[in-house]
Structures are given as structure tokens and as C-alpha cells.
Design a binder for this molecule. Structure first.
Ligand SMILES: [Zn+2]
Length: 236
């Protein structure tokens, strides 16, 4: 794997055609998890995925779109247009030195704007191909754990237990759906910022989910690349 530790000469010589960009966030994760929770997952998963694919690791984005969490102290958001511009600027940069696939490895479920961001770019046939991978899509048995619940708490207990506060908030699953975050924001739906079951979290579950996140992402990227290369070959 090559990455931020390498020099420009080493990167140039590597012939690497795939780069992995983790996308984190800086947003509230209730009373027991830190602001950088999604960034922490994006960092760990993108490093393991890049290593497994012998791809280039880029430093992950520490901010993304967290508009629905702005009522909680500490949250910092980019507007969707800003995130789209940042992704496109990064894509144009890596295209200059030979990257053909830029993986957007998303660790924050609120980044819906990544779909039109990648879709417009790819349908206009710009290079590199943007491969949008939401690693939470690959996790089994997630239940109603949308935010700071069993899944994220377990993963953090596995990766960095010292970062998980002992006093966990109460379990909370609202009657509203995820789509209603658009109408009320997280605080309007869940005053503690939890959506799910933090009381059910443990480190062993976190290890299982982290393994699934890496395996799912690697398989998805390989399968997308194979399909795209097949199409390119047929067109040629
Ligand atoms: Zn999160």
C-alpha cells in the first residue's frame, strides 16, 4: 500500500490506479462517543481497504454534511455544494497523476449528496471513475441503530475503548423514519442524539462489524472495477 507516508517519487513509480478516500464527519455522537467517531471509522476502514487492494490511501475528509446535527454543540458541517466541490477537486487532482478509480468510502449516513456528486461525474464520463461505497450497507443485523447506537458504540469499544464514556445515554428508537431528519433535525427527534440501542453494545460485536465493513468494501470495489473494465473493453 502507498499513502500519506510516501514521497511523490514513490507514488509516481508505484503505477497505482486506485485511490481510497475515507469520508468522516465532525458531529455529535451523544454523551458517550466523541465528535470524531465517523472520522475514526473512515480512517481505520480506508487504511485496511487500501492495504487489501494495494491501492493508494488518501487522508480521509474530517468534515462532511452534518446539517441534521447542528443543534448539538461541537458539530461542524459542510454544505452539500461544498462537499461536492471538494470531492470533484480531489478527483481532478488525482486524475493528473494516473488514478483511474477514486473510491469514496463513506462512513457517515447523512451524506446523501454523495450520490448526485458521484452520479453526475460518472454519467458525464469524467475521469477518474468515482466508486461510491457506503460501508454501513455491508453490515449484518444492524437493527434500528441509526446513530450512536449499538453499532457505532460497539465498533468504538473494539477499536478504542478508552474513547467510550462509561455513562451511556438511554436506548431510544423514535416513531419517525430516517427521512424525517429532513423535517426536524436529530435534536427534534432525539434530544440525547441517540437513535438505537447503545446498551446492547460490546467490543466483540464491534470487531465483527468492522471486519464486515472492510470485507464488504473490498468486494464491492473489486466488483465495480471488473464491471467498468469490462464495459471499457467492449466499447474499445
Ligand atoms: Zn457516526
Amino acid at each position: 500500500m502507498i499513502g500519506p507516508e510516501n514521497t511523490t517519487l514513490e507514488i509516481g513509480r508505484s503505477g497505482c490506479d486506485t485511490a481510497v478516500l475515507g469520508i468522516g464527519s465532525f458531529e455529535q455522537h451523544s454523551a458517550h462517543l466523541p465528535m470524531e467517531t465517523d472520522f475514526f471509522f473512515a480512517s481505520r476502514v480506508s487504511r485496511e481497504v487500501a492495504a487489501s487492494l494495494e491501492a493508494m490511501l488518501l487522508n480521509p475528509l474530517p468534515y462532511s454534511t452534518s446539517l441534521e446535527h447542528l443543534d448539538f454543540a461541537g458539530t461542524v458541517t459542510l454544505k452539500p455544494d461544498t462537499l461536492r466541490s471538494a470531492i470533484w477537486d480531489i478527483a481532478e487532482s488525482v486524475d493528473r497523476w494516473g488514478i483511474r478509480y477514486l473510491v469514496l468510502l463513506n462512513a457517515h449516513g447523512g451524506n446523501f449528496c454523495l450520490i448526485p456528486t458521484a452520479r453526475q461525474w460518472n454519467m458525464e464520463r469524467k475521469q477518474p471513475h468515482l466508486l461510491l461505497v457506503d460501508f454501513f450497507s455491508g453490515l449484518s443485523d444492524m437493527g434500528d441503530n441509526l446513530h450512536a447506537g449499538e453499532v457505532e458504540t460497539s465498533m468504538m469499544m473494539h477499536l478504542a475503548p478508552e474513547r467510550v464514556r462509561a455513562d451511556k445515554p438511554e436506548d431510544f428508537v423514535p416513531k419517525w423514519t430516517r427521512a424525517d431528519l429532513t423535517h426536524f433535525g436529530m435534536k427534534g427527534i432525539s434530544p440525547t442524539g441517540v437513535w438505537g440501542y447503545p446498551s446492547r453494545a460490546d467490543a466483540a460485536k464491534g470487531e465483527k462489524w468492522l471486519t464486515e465493513a472492510v470485507e464488504y468494501s473490498v468486494q464491492r470495489i473489486q466488483s465495480l472495477k471488473r464491471a467498468i473494465e469490462g464495459r471499457v473493453a467492449r466499447d474499445a
